[in-house]
Design a protein around this ligand. Structure first.
Ligand code: PSV
Ligand code: MN
Length: 424
């Protein structure tokens, strides 16, 4: 299913007057509004191919209807999202969940929706049917060199798939760790991981990046071999200039100060990628901004400040991706909500009066510093985000249009009730 330009224009026409009133109201108070609009228009958030189906919990999975049954349909779904908001212009593939059989065809299909291929993700956290060695006790950190070699080769294969599609980064997340004290020699596990990553790094094309993702817990509960940003940074530093740390918002211990982590990684030039989601208790993978929107804003505040300090392009300097998995909402609607929340937090961070904040900090004026941040956070920027969409030919209200066009019903009619998307 493809959206027609006219369907979007008609929807926008109906909302035009209301939107204009709201936009004029906020624009009158934001002198740099044109600059902000340009930044919002350039900002794209990749959609992972595994987020298009209904996610499960470890107790079960309730498939949604009309789920994409193959990679082509997943691309179609991201194409729909991008047509609705013009902010989801990339797709990130997990291999082997989504192996492109004919890369040229897949590339052409994605291009027809104006989509690019974001980072490719390897998967050594599940055993595949035809696989010789099991990853039950880990992959790149494994005590057996044959298992490590198999996992290294898988990552090289993933790089090759990515090259064929025009990706420019490999994300490695390892489910390597231990659940019981004594199970692992920490130093050896780390060294094995480093040596394995070095092998993978050798196969990385010159213009590629390697993202090393960390996670504090799960699937193991005593230790994770890449458990925090320190371990990831250590690996990325030892690997070389093309290796970076990837921050997934759900991968920290409770109450971790993620904005401070982001700030320091940026300072070191070692922040490479970002996975957005939200959580209350653990790696809950809820809609971005659903639980802690102020934290999301504070993270964006550091991102904007830190990227500007290094002269980085906000849109292209880091890899931006949603990494969430939903078992209640329609995944497409949920992704629209996540993208909107991310754009709102970004727009609010762009509003922060940096000069005044610096001044307040240099005077130890905590009251003023808090006020400056909260002024930005409490500004209703939704009309600015909507205006950026409007200027790009997207919908003023993507979810309303999704509902009024009965997109899910059309997908069910096309694909049926019982399709199951690959993924977790
Ligand atoms: C692991 O929890 C993770 O965040 C990694 O990025 C995986 O690739 C992704 O989720 C999908 O399982
Ligand atoms: Mn992730």
């Amino acid at each position: 299913m493809r959206l027609e330009k006219e369907q979007i224009e008609q929807h926008n026409k109906q909302l035009a007057a209301k939107h204009q009133r709201a936009f004029d109201y906020i624009a009158a108070d934001v002198p740099q509004v044109e600059e902000i609009l340009k930044k919002l228009q350039a900002f794209q958030i990749a959609i992972p191919s595994w987020a298009l189906g209904t996610g499960g919990t470890r107790f079960g999975r309730f498939s949604g209807k009309g789920e994409p049954g193959n990679l082509e349909q997943k691309i179609e779904d991201v194409g729909l999202l991008h047509a609705l908001n013009r902010s989801s212009g990339a797709i990130s593939l997990h291999i082997p969940w989504d192996i492109p059989k004919d890369a040229e065809k897949i590339k052409a299909l994605a291009a027809s929706y104006d989509l690019q291929f974001d980072a490719v993700n390897s998967n050594t956290f599940q055993d595949q049917a035809e696989q010789e060695h099991s990853y039950k006790f880990g992959s790149l950190h494994h005590v057996d060199p044959k298992v490590r070699q198999q996992a290294v080769q898988h990552n090289i294969d993933v790089i090759n798939h990515g090259i064929a599609l025009g990706s420019k980064a490999l994300t490695v997340w390892l489910a390597d760790g231990s659940s019981f004290p004594g199970q692992l020699n920490f130093r050896e596990a780390f060294q094995n991981t480093l040596e394995s990553l070095k092998e993978i790094y050798k196969h990385l094309p010159e213009d590629w990046k390697l993202f090393v993702e960390y996670k504090a817990f799960e699937p193991f509960f005593y230790s994770m071999t890449i458990g925090d940003w320190g371990q990831s940074l250590l690996l990325a530093s030892k690997l070389g200039d093309k290796a970076y740390t990837l921050v997934d918002l759900g991968h920290h211990l409770p109450n971790a100060n993620i904005e401070q982590i982001v700030s320091l990684l940026l300072m070191e030039g070692k922040l490479g990628g970002f996975h957005f989601n939200d959580s209350k208790y653990a790696d809950d993978d809820l809609t971005a901004g659903a639980i802690k929107p102020y934290q999301l804003f504070l993270i964006f505040n550091e991102l904007v400040e830190g990227m500007d300090a290094r002269g980085m392009d906000h849109a292209t300097g880091l890899g931006w991706m949603i990494d969430a998995s939903h078992n209640l909402k329609d995944p497409l609607v949920d992704l629209l909500q996540s993208v909107e929340a991310i754009m709102i937090a970004y727009a609010q961070a762009l509003l922060v009066d940096r000069k005044a904040l610096k001044e307040a900090q240099s005077q130890n004026n905590i009251v003023a510093a808090q006020q400056i941040l909260q002024d930005a956070f409490r500004t209703d920027v939704r009309a600015i985000v909507a205006e950026a969409r409007l200027r790009d030919g997207a919908a003023l209200d993507p979810i309303a249009l999704f509902n009024s066009l009965a997109i899910r019903e059309a997908l069910i009619a096309e694909r049926g009730n019982n399709t199951v998307a690959t993924g977790l």
